[in-house]
Design a protein around this ligand. Structure first.
Ligand SMILES: [Zn+2]
Length: 325
């Protein structure tokens, strides 16, 4: 009988002689480069609900001026450098969230749609890559009416991107943006956003459901008042069994490594800066106390982390990739 050690050595020797020529052959075969990134989506469980963070894309934004109204560019660049990040630009991420309750498919926010940069507006394609036909979405819940959250409701030919879904929007957001008086009084720079709201919702106004804060927009998904970023800005607690996640939308607008660390900074998109700070601090104090998972629409992929109090602000501890659900 051959002793196990020398038998193993003989097997390894045999494997080596058969593998070597193969490896050499492979080096001669030129593989075509793919030339594009893989779709970004990340699944995780909250109790019995399966959630998927959908990467709608990333918008590179040059830092010629400060992205915070009440902080200088130099202050912002100091924070970026301390976080080992480039100081001449930031990448703004966009993450709608899909919730599969086991009975319904609920999409929270819809991304930038087809009119933005080629590196954004990927929600429908990414859903398809994740095995979800956009036609099967039952409900789309909107957090607020900025273009990067609502424009994905329309396709390039202005059809509904989720044709069988009920669309639910915050009542307060609807009251503000659909009011022609508000549009006429608004600063010039905000008027295109009013026009976009009319483009998206105008022809379906009678079919859009308006929801109030502190009510369920779908089973286990509760709307939370986090206004300030916009008049009706809403976050969502998704709860199932013992699991909970806060889908904060833009309670921290802009680039997370800047505005989580410095919650008192007013991001360019915060329509009421001081009120956005109040909502953000209230939300993060609660999340830190409860150690609740957080998904930030504009956080780096896959949007998930925990906040803890640190200095005068907070620290975001990102969740690491898990290969199992
Ligand atoms: Zn946004």
């Amino acid at each position: 009988m051959t002793d196990p050690v020398s038998r193993r050595a003989a097997l390894i020797g045999a494997a080596a002689t058969t593998l070597l020529p193969l490896a050499a052959d492979r080096a001669h075969a030129a593989a075509p480069q793919i030339g594009r990134q893989a779709p970004g989506y990340y699944r995780y469980m909250i109790g019995g609900y399966e959630l998927t963070a959908i990467l709608d894309g990333v918008r590179p934004t040059k830092l010629d001026t400060s992205p915070a109204r009440n902080a200088s560019l130099a202050e912002v660049q100091k924070v970026l450098a301390a976080s080992f990040l480039p100081t001449d630009h930031v990448g703004i991420y966009f993450h709608p969230t899909l919730v599969n309750t086991g009975k319904q498919l609920v999409l929270i926010d819809s991304g930038n749609g087809p009119r933005g940069l080629p590196s954004t507006g990927l929600t429908a394609a990414t859903l398809t890559a994740a095995g979800v036909d956009p036609k099967t979405i039952d409900v789309v819940v909107i957090s607020h009416f900025h273009g990067d959250h609502i424009s994905g409701l329309r396709t390039a030919d202005e059809a509904l991107a989720f044709p069988n879904a009920e669309i639910k929007v915050p009542a307060k957001e609807w009251a503000y943006w659909m009011d022609d008086g508000e549009m006429n009084r608004a600063p010039e720079a905000r008027k295109p956003a009013f026009q976009n709201v009319r483009r998206i919702f105008g022809s379906i106004a009678g079919k859009v459901t308006r929801y109030e804060w502190n009510t369920e927009v779908a089973p286990g998904i509760t709307a939370i008042d986090t206004h300030g970023h916009s008049p009706g800005h809403t976050s969502f607690v998704v709860a199932s069994g013992a699991g909970k996640v806060m889908i904060q939308a833009d309670a921290t607008a802009g680039f997370a490594p800047l505005f989580v660390t410095n919650p008192d900074w007013h991001a360019g998109g915060d329509m009421d800066g001081p009120q956005a700070v109040i909502s953000r601090r209230k939300l993060y104090d609660m999340l830190a106390a409860e150690r609740m998972l957080l998904s930030g629409y504009h956080f780096p992929f896959p949007s998930l982390g925990y906040v803890e109090k640190a200095g005068t602000g907070y620290r975001l501890v990102p969740v690491s990739w898990s290969p199992v659900l």
